[in-house]
Ligand binder design. Structure first.
Ligand code: HEM
Length: 508
């Protein structure tokens, strides 16, 4: 017993010395880039984590309100630099708003892979396969990613998107029907509803999975996606995931995650089996959804298994649902707070609708100002606040910045899209920044990131937002139930979303 205690103390001592020395050596190798001091106390062990927490609490961002992107950007401004290093136990992060660096890192996807440690934590949670390691969004960038991307790209081309107009319009109509029934409420949370609209659209257009996600407030899949978001957030939040890993903690939440994953994977497996049978019986049949492209482009070779395809069901729900729901809701919020701009949108929508009840795909091209508003919303409030890539094993120099091997490079979307040098008065909502003919400097605006790994669904998302918002502005006159609230509080949990919903009132 005594020996064991000595052994544990000795091992801990050796470990602490090792971490101190390796952090010190790492710090030396970064001496050319601005950085923070590593505190010479036991807290040194945690690198700059302690400093970041301290800065967060100074900014009033503690606990669940902590925002990595806000704190890192505030620290960058304090250091008066474009790029700096943050040390974490065992890993160093290069944070940069340098446009040439961003451009190189996004464009050279074979050198700068996606190996964000967060992706690893999303693959399996408490032993449950959630995103897996081969989902399109999280895969590092090997042949598996290339193969999958090639298979799915055709499903997002304009020719295919045109076929989705009917399904998207149906969901937009259902949204209006739902809101009609809520008219008597003084304040309706549009964000909650938009999540269900986006879920329905991604399930219908992606997998021909038809269910009444909008009118029925609590479908099983609805509940499952909510549980997954909630528990994943918790696993990130609870002290870096540490307390979540303890077997006696969060038992109820872990059970819900298990059930939700079983439901999602079971649903996807059943859809796949049914569709493969249908396609083999009638090879000419076309469903024209993402699933069909996956099946037709794939022979389930050794590269991609059925479970790998199930991973993508999670990817599409997370990447395609929340992001678009956030964008549609915040656009409505911004327009609510800028009535003069909102009037311009309504005028344009009414002109494009004319005497028609429904818009055609071609009409969407005429909703120029509405698209400008959506783009400006994505500039001010990108749902993905920052992206990251991993540098290769050897050192690389980009535009004079030497990046030591195996660093995580943080590319802060929101911060770059708010740089005064490229976006004058960045905190003012001004859709005219995106007026036709205005030139946007490359890599200063990338809500969908850029380069080969940019969002596969970016045209899908803009189309969806235009169809849904055009129908909304065509149907309702709305008012601001809380005019005294002039700032939108957000929380970051995988994506940056409205913290307390987005409320509107509908005129009778
Ligand atoms: C406003 C809405 C959306 C935003 C802001 C958004 C944002 C992003 C971003 C920032 C990435 C890249 C992440 C990175 O490089 O680290 C991404 C990737 C991805 N997005 Fe979206 N997205 C949206 C809508 C959608 C939709 C509607 C779908 C599908 C229907 C989708 C599917 C994907 C997929 C599959 C990837 C991974 C692509 C790859 O790595 O090859 N997204 N998205």
């Amino acid at each position: 017993m005594v020996l064991t205690v000595y052994a544990v103390i000795a091992a801990s001592f050796i470990y602490v010395v090792y971490v101190h020395i390796s952090t010190y050596l790492k710090r030396r190798s970064y001496s050319h880039i601005a950085s923070f001091p590593i505190p010479l106390t036991w807290k040194w062990y945690l690198g700059n984590l302690y400093l970041m927490r301290k800065k967060g609490s100074e900014m009033g961002l503690e606990g669940p309100s902590f925002s990595f992107s806000k704190v890192t950007e505030a620290l960058r401004k304090e250091l008066e630099t474009e790029s700096y290093v943050i040390f974490f136990p065992g890993v160093a992060l290069v944070y940069t708003v340098s446009i040439p660096v961003v451009s190189k890192v996004f464009s050279d996807h074979k050198t700068f892979l996606k190996q964000d440690p967060r992706a690893g934590r999303l693959a399996y949670v408490n032993g449950e396969r959630v995103f897996g390691h081969n989902g399109l969004l999280t895969e590092a960038g090997t042949d598996v990613w290339y193969y999958k991307r090639k298979m799915m790209d055709p499903a997002f081309q304009k020719k295919f998107l045109k076929c989705l107009m009917g399904d998207m319009t149906n969901s937009a109509n259902k949204l209006c029907q739902y809101l009609e029934g809520k008219k008597s409420q003084n304040a309706i949370d549009i964000y909650g509803i938009m999540n269900r609209v986006a879920l329905e659209i991604v399930c219908t257009c992606g997998f021909s999975l038809k269910d009444d996600f909008i009118m029925r407030e609590t479908s099983d899949l609805n509940k499952a996606t909510e549980s997954i978001f909630e528990v994943l957030t918790l696993s990130f939040r609870s002290r870096g995931g540490f307390s979540f890993r303890l077997p006696w903690k969060f038992r109820e939440e872990k059970r819900r995650l298990k059930d939700a994953c079983a439901l999602m994977r079971g649903t996807m497996r059943a859809l796949l089996t049914k569709r493969m049978k249908k396609n083999s019986e009638d090879p000419e049949s076309i469903s024209n959804d993402v699933l069909d492209h996956i099946i037709k482009g794939n022979n389930f070779s050794d590269k991609i298994s059925i479970e790998d395809i199930c991973d993508d069901f999670f990817v599409f729900l997370v990447a395609g649902m929340e992001t678009t729901a956030i964008t549609m809701s915040i656009t409505i919020w911004l327009l609510l707070k800028h009535p003069e701009i909102s009037e311009k949108v309504v005028k344009e929508v009414n002109e494009v609708y004319g005497e028609k009840d429904e818009l055609d795909y071609e009409d969407l091209n005429r909703l120029v100002f509405l698209e400008q508003c959506i783009k400006e919303c994505l500039r001010m409030h990108p749902p993905a606040e920052l992206s990251s890539r991993v540098s290769p094993k050897h050192d690389v120099t980009i535009n004079g910045l030497l990046i030591p091997g195996k660093s995580i490079i943080m590319l802060p979307t929101e911060a770059i899209q708010s740089l005064e040098a490229h976006w004058p008065d960045p905190h003012i909502f001004d859709p005219d920044r995106f007026a036709p003919g205005k030139k946007i400097e490359p890599f200063t605006y990338f809500p969908f990131t850029a380069g080969p790994r940019q969002c596969i669904g970016k045209h899908f998302a803009i189309m969806e937002a235009k169809v849904v918002l055009a129908k909304f502005y065509r149907t309702f006159n709305y008012y601001d139930p809380y005019p005294e609230k002039t700032t939108l509080e957000k929380k970051t949990a995988l994506t940056a979303k409205p913290k307390n919903g987005v409320f509107i009132g509908i005129e009778h």
